[in-house]
Design a binder for this molecule. Structure first.
Ligand code: ATP
Ligand code: MG
Length: 347
């Protein structure tokens, strides 16, 4: 039995998560995957019902899960609430020790025109950024007075090793190419990253490794996105580059993410927010949530099913069944149904 915990959350979270759940349940039934689902309160919805964004029962269920599928949290309804919905996410990240953030972005055949980048440059682009999530400048000691401020920017060998293994393992499932993005010409931390990544690379001889400075990488993401497969980078560079990457496919509604950590359970969520202005209208794009469910399948050892689900999703998008954010007329539930029809065709 594979335990999946659903945290629908707020705004469009519940409707997109439901379409992803229906896809997983459909696969599970047809292929006897033995997936079990339980739904728990999280974020603003949990504040309304329990007074806190991450209730004890939700946390316990997440700790016992194999994978967690999250919708979105937050929105103006909780501006004056006793707690912040987003605090639930921070609590969950800490509890599960989530140190690696994975953000894939692909340009789907037939949808090149949605990208702000010229079609001939982005056709076939398929990139995964693996961002270290718990170290570096965001977490170092901070000092500030009227004349001087500082942010300690530090990494340990162990912090680099564990996220590097995540990135190399991902590269092995993809095109066997890994780019370490750093600033080794000026940063001591980057020199340690190069050292450690070079050592770990010996254990993954099939993966070709290259090293690129972050300024050059930022430019190449736009001018030559196809040159990248897996990008591994530290926290702050990853923060910036993953937002840059997110604009390439042309809609935030398409993109998925995963966060993996020290526990068995990993967290999967679309990168978009709760979009409260369209919540409950059945118009949100569930593609990001469904793509997140595919990443969850990879995590629980069902890579064949993950491949199938991604393929079905691509089929639907390429065939022009699109939600309103992509200029189409399909509803959230119609889009999900279309994906399940394509699953059927591919099974
Ligand atoms: P956050 O504060 O977490 O960023 P948000 O509500 O601002 O949440 P974003 O993800 O930043 O949401 O999205 C900005 C806008 O993009 C939304 O207000 C919505 O109009 C649109 N959008 C985002 N996700 C989707 C989606 N899945 N389907 C359709 N439109 C979306
Ligand atoms: Mg926003």
């Amino acid at each position: 039995m594979t335990r999946i915990v659903l945290l629908p959350g707020d705004g469009i979270g519940p409707e997109v998560t439901e379409q992803a759940r229906l896809c997983l349940a459909y696969l599970s039934e047809r292929r006897e995957l033995n997936l079990s689902f339980e739904t728990h309160d999280f974020g603003g919805a949990a504040i309304d019902r329990h007074g806190e964004p991450l209730p004890e029962a939700t946390l316990a269920a997440c700790r016992a899960a194999d994978g967690i599928l999250l919708g979105a949290v937050g929105g103006p309804d909780w501006d004056d609430a006793p707690a912040r919905p987003e605090a639930g996410l921070l609590g969950l990240r800490a509890a599960l020790g989530l140190f690696a953030n994975l953000r894939p972005a692909r340009v789907i055949a037939g949808l090149e025109h949605l990208s702000p980048i010229r079609g001939d440059l982005v056709r076939g682009a398929d990139i995964l950024i693996v961002r270290e999530l718990t170290g570096g400048a965001y977490f170092g000691t901070k000092t500030i007075d009227a004349e001087r401020a500082s942010d300690e920017f530090a990494y340990t060998r162990e912090e680099i090793e564990r996220v590097a293994h995540v990135a190399f393992a991902a590269a092995r499932r993809r095109a066997n190419r890994l780019t370490l993005v750093d600033k080794a010409n000026v940063l001591a931390t980057s020199r340690l990253w190069r050292q450690v990544v070079g050592e770990i690379a010996l254990g993954y001889p099939e993966v070709a490794v290259e090293y690129v400075y972050v300024d050059a990488a930022a430019m190449a993401l736009i001018t030559n996105p196809r040159r990248f497969d897996v990008i591994l980078t530290e926290n702050m560079f990853g923060d910036i580059l993953s937002d840059e990457l997110a604009v390439i496919p042309g809609s935030i509604g398409l993109l998925a993410s995963a966060s993996t950590g020290t526990e068995r359970a990993a967290l999967f969520e679309p990168i978009h927010g709760s979009a409260p202005e369209i919540a409950g209208m059945d118009v949100a794009n569930p593609a990001g949530a469904i793509a997140s469910a595919a990443m969850l399948l990879d995590h629980v050892g069902q890579s064949e099913m993950a491949f199938l689900l991604r393929g079905a999703l691509d089929d639907v998008l390429s065939s022009g069944t699109l939600t309103a954010d992509l200029g189409g007329g399909a509803s959230c539930s119609e889009f999900g149904e279309a994906v399940r029809t394509r699953i059927d065709a591919r099974l």
